[in-house]
Ligand binder design. Structure first.
Ligand code: FES
Ligand SMILES: [Fe+2]
Length: 349
């Protein structure tokens, strides 16, 4: 149901403090994300192998030999960051000798952290090493985002993804004076090309109907990339500076999707706008998408046939092709072959 052998966005770095693990749900899996004493992130299946207590409800402790342990709150079993059981307090000395704790484990997920983002690798085979490195954003360097917005959409992943990439809804769902109006609708023509596991609306000078871009000054250049499993990055480069909007669309389970928007910038103009205003604007924008896809659930519950049309829905078509090819490539244990070919798409928005 969910694509495997990919890095999923897990959490923002700022959400995971040393000694205070959090619990998230990613692609139907319950995952504890923690940070050890050295500051290194780790991720475990958040289900105690003894009797299923979420380990994140226990404590993070340091063993006598200085190792980070997660202690289950139910019966005190302790696990290392590798997921292996290190202690069962109820065992007597003789029982301890008879039992091989090394065989008791909760799954440990590869975890990676950079640019203020924590990535969790969800592999088909829990013991196998990642087949690809964790994602990195271009242009932003090592900095953490200047602000972020998180939101849950009560809809399946696919509708959240295609709802966010769909160009034709903008003048309807996001009709606000400072962004788009019905009058601003005009012909668009954009060039696209493949990128690893996705596609890019290739660098271009964005349309002049957006007030925000005008504010940025001389000829900004925008690129929008989409990559599996649901990562959308919008880069705006202007006068050697960048503004980068990263959106992680992460499936929680079959019916819920987590949206995290992180904004990075070193363009001085954005420093002039109070953070709360930027945050409000992003929240308004994403909230409009959320309301749309949630309202759509009612229609979808009748299981109607859906249409995807040229060219406005071609990105959605590509998304489904990318998913299909990823699943097939993994099942056949072969290299992924990007089904997206360079193309120019035209629509009105
Ligand atoms: S359920 Fe975790 S120690 Fe018993
Ligand atoms: Fe939208």
């Amino acid at each position: 149901m969910f694509l495997m052998d990919l890095w999923y966005f897990g959490a923002l770095s700022s959400q995971v403090k040393t000694g205070a693990p959090i619990s998230v749900q990613i692609a139907g899996q319950l995952v504890l994300i923690g940070r050890d004493e050295a500051g290194q992130v780790f991720a475990l299946r958040d289900i105690c192998p003894h009797r299923a207590m979420p380990l994140s409800q226990g404590q993070q402790v340091t063993s006598a030999d200085g190792q980070t342990r997660i202690e289950c709150p139910y019966h005190g079993w302790r696990f290392g960051v590798d997921g292996v059981c290190k202690a069962i307090p109820s065992l007597t000395d003789t029982q301890k000798e008879a039992m091989d704790l090394g065989k008791i484990r909760t799954r440990a997920y590869p975890a990676d952290e950079a640019q203020g983002l924590i990535w969790i690798y969800i592999g088909e085979d829990g013991a196998a090493a990642p087949i690809l490195p964790a994602p990195r954003l271009d242009h932003v360097g090592e900095t953490a985002p200047g602000l972020h917005v998180s939101m849950t959409f009560d809809c399946p992943l696919d509708h959240a993804v295609i709802g966010l990439m769909d160009p034709a809804h903008i003048a309807y769902i996001h009709r606000q004076w400072w962004w788009r109006t019905a009058k601003s609708v005009h012909n668009k023509e954009k060039k696209f090309g493949p990128v690893p596991r996705g596609f890019s609306m290739l660098p271009h000078v964005p349309s002049s109907n957006s007030f925000l871009y005008k504010l940025l000054g001389s000829k900004p250049e925008t690129e929008i990339r989409f990559e599996l499993p649901g990562l959308r990055t919008e880069y705006v480069l202007v006068g050697g500076r960048q503004v980068t909007g990263f959106t992680a669309v992460t499936p929680v389970d079959a019916h819920k999707t987590q949206i995290t928007i992180a904004l990075y910038w070193n363009h001085p103009l954005l420093n002039l706008i109070p953070n709360f205003l930027l945050k409000n604007a992003i929240t308004t924008f994403a909230g409009q998408d959320r309301d749309a896809v949630q309202a759509q659930q009612k229609g979808l519950s009748f299981d109607p046939k859906l249409m995807l049309i040229h060219d406005a829905d071609v990105q959605a078509m590509w998304y489904f092709k990318l998913k299909k090819e990823w699943a097939a490539a993994r099942a056949e244990n072969r290299d992924f072959e990007n089904p997206v070919k360079p193309a120019t798409l035209r629509w009105r928005s």
